[in-house]
Every structure is written in C-alpha cells, then in structure tokens.
Design a protein around this ligand. Sequence first.
Ligand SMILES: Nc1ncnc2c1ncn2[C@@H]1O[C@H](COP(=O)(O)OP(=O)(O)OP(=O)(O)O)[C@@H](O)[C@H]1O
Ligand SMILES: [Mg+2]
Length: 451
Amino acid sequence: MIPPLILLVFVAQLVSREKDLKLRQGLNMVGISHSVYMLSWLIVATLLNIVQCTILVLTSNFYNYSWFAHTSLGIQLTLFFWLGQTTIMMGLVIATILKTEHSATMLSMMIVVNFLCFDFLFSFNDLSDALFYTIRAESNPIIETIVFFFELLPPFQFCMIFGVIAHTACNHFSSVSMNWVPGVVYDDSMWYENLHFHKESQEGGDLNVPSPSHYMNKMYMDFVLLTFMWWYLDHVLSSNRGAPHNFYFIFQKQYWQSLKPGYNPGAKLIKNKRRQVKKEDIGLGLSESQLRNSAENEMNKVIQQEEDEVPADGLRIYDIRKTYFKSPFGRPGPKDVHAVNGIFLDVAQNELLCLLGHNGAGKSTLFNMLTGMVAPTSGYAKICGLDVMENQEILRKIMGVVPQFDILWNQLTPMDHMILFSKIKGVMLGDIQSKSNELLNQVGLEDVKHA
Ligand SMILES: Nc1ncnc2c1ncn2[C@@H]1O[C@H](COP(=O)(O)OP(=O)(O)OP(=O)(O)O)[C@@H](O)[C@H]1O
Ligand SMILES: [Mg+2]
C-alpha cells in the first residue's frame, strides 16, 4: 500500500510548489488555460500511477507472494490502479485547498501515516469482521453509522478488499479460530459474492461481509467525488485562480458559455470617440488641488460613461478597491490593509498609460486585479468591454503581462524555457530554435543556455 500512498505526498507537494512559486499564475498569464493546466497534472500523475502499479504487481508476482499468486492479474491491477488514482485525487484536493508547499506536504504526510495505521488495523480481516460485520453489529445503529463513514474512505475500501481476498488466497492466522488456514486460488466469480459464514467461536454469531465489488464501487464513487471536489474548489478558492468564481458558478449560464471555443461577449462593441489627451489628464505640472480636480474629473467622466452605457473599447476601471483583511472570512478590522482605495480610470484603445507610485502604493495590486490574479473587494474593471473577473480566460488570450516575479522552473535550462514559452505563444515550430538563440544572445545568456 505504500507506493500508491507516496503518490499522494508527491502530487500534493509538486502541485502546491507550483502554486507557491506562482508558476501556475505565470502560465495562466501567458495563456495556458486552467483546464489545460489541471488536465496536464492529471495525465502526469496517472502515468506515474500506471508505472508504480505495474512495478508493484510485477515484483510481487515475481516473488510469488501468496495473495498475488492466487489472485488474477485483472483484480490485482484494478485494485492497485484505483487505489493510486484515489490517492492522487486526494493529493490534488490537498494542494488545491492549502496555500503553501510546506503545509500541503505536512498534511499529506499525516494522511499517509493515518492510512498506514488503517492498513495495520484493518488488514487483519477478522478484526474488522468481528467489529463491524457480525449479525449483532448490524442491528446496532452506532456501528452501522461508523461502518457507513469507514466505507467512504479509500484506504478502508482497499484494506477490506485486500483482506477479503486474503481470507481465501493467503495462508493466514485466524484470530477467531486460533489456527493457520492455508491459501487457495481466489476465483474471480467470488469478487461479486458477499461473505456469509458462521463462526463457532465468533461471539456475535454469523458474519455478513460485503463483496469486494461492493467496496470497489465505493472506490470508483470516491474517485468521482474527489475529482469533482478538486475541480470545484479550484474554481472557488482564491489561492488557485487568483480571482475566484462564485460558489454557485456551476449554475451560471455565463460560465458554461465562456467555455465554448470562440465565445466573445464583447464582440458587439461600438467604436468609442477618441479623446485628446491633455496635460491635466496626465497630471503634468499641476498643483495638488489641480491634481485632485483632475482625478475628480476622471471619476465623474467614468461614472457618466457607465451611466450612459458607453462601451469601453480600451480599459475602464470603476471604483475598484482591494482590502487585505487580517481576520479570516473578510471580517473588517483596524489592521486591514487598504491596498487600492477606489480608482476610476478610462484609457481608450491605443492610448498608453504609465502608472507611477511609491513602494506599497498599490500598483501591483491594481495590475493583479486587472489580470484576474486577485479579486477586487469592490468595484470592477473592463478591458475591451469584457469584465476582468468574468471573462478571464478570453482576456488572457489577448493580454501580454510581464509580472514582477520570475516564472522559472528550477529543472529547466534557459533554452528549455525559451522553447516552452515559444510553444505557448504560438511561434512557428521551425522558427523556435533560431529565434530562441537570437534572443538568448541578445541578453548574454548564450554560454549558459543549456545550464
Ligand atoms: N497578500 C497581501 N496581504 C496583505 N497585504 C498585502 C498583500 N499584498 C500587498 N499587500 C499590501 O498592499 C499594499 C500595496 O502593495 P502593492 O504590492 O500593490 O504595492 P506596489 O505599489 O506594487 O509596491 P512596489 O513598488 O513595492 O512593487 C502594501 O501596503 C502591501 O504591504
Ligand atoms: Mg509592485
């Protein structure tokens, strides 16, 4: 059971590391969609699972362990593969919920230790039989409730299937009859059969243990449930997508429409009249009161444009605010940081805007809200008529962003990075090598491009 569980720690650690180092944000900003990112992790983890599962089954059969020698290859592969898949999903859910690599690794390790305890306890099939599956236990509502919850847990399902098969396939010591029972071939037809038998020494009478297929179905169900949790939490928790979706996003028509290829809600935009940029617009040589007036004019203009429903063909920011709350669940307190405090701004298409400010003025926070990395506390912004919160995926395709942090993988060389980003940005395959060499040359990285 250990190799599949190592996958849990491995997946939780690597996925949360990418989140911690903001590599996922970086990939999103250069145009990799969230679904492609998630799918790529699922494929990588599944391939690893197939490898571990094959090695585990092959070596166990090679050494002729009686459980493996007496059970069909189909059962062995099904059981270990799906145990691996459910643990991978648990790893992905952990990495989705927790924000840092450290916390995700710690939690996944704790879960693995708990699972091993499960394995230790419940692989003694007689113990779980006696605790949960005697006729007497069946009439006890408390035990029935405990059984219901245990049966939802993949390690319990695995232990029960393994134990039920071991009951037939392995030489095992029965703690009930107190003697060694020799193992025989586990017939595939037994997979669907509940175990009913009477044990003389069993203090509760007859045993009624569900079939391995009963537990296997629960494991499939867990996989589907965990996959849904991973997908849903990835949408609603802000640490994953920056600007999170509403908790009821699945019921919003707009969400499903935005997934359709080529969907563009801003396609009907009418061209706006170009303004002449005056000195006041950029605050050149103005006194403080004139600056205030200039900002007030901009605010009134934006409010008026929104009231008149004038389409925003460039960038329009409407009373956008961001507060970093100290206490959890966004409860206001005196120590909250008001990073952006109500900005109104209208920048027409082809107009250039330069935002200057002292350290901590809120520039990065504003840009993070515009690129959908951070959700505004209130207010909104539109780019080419598209709301930055609601149409992130489309906007990322038309945006180019150079973030303040580096989007670099420790394992990749400068050339690998060039190839990766060239492919993401759609550079022609034949041009990638020459263009990358040219650019690396320009920045003096020619000598270390394969380092
Ligand atoms: N995640 C966060 N949690 C709490 N406070 C934050 C967070 N991110 C930023 N802040 C605070 O918000 C304020 C604005 O930060 P921001 O990074 O937007 O400033 P900036 O203008 O980009 O600064 P710099 O010029 O140093 O890059 C700062 O006081 C900062 O400490
Ligand atoms: Mg900054």
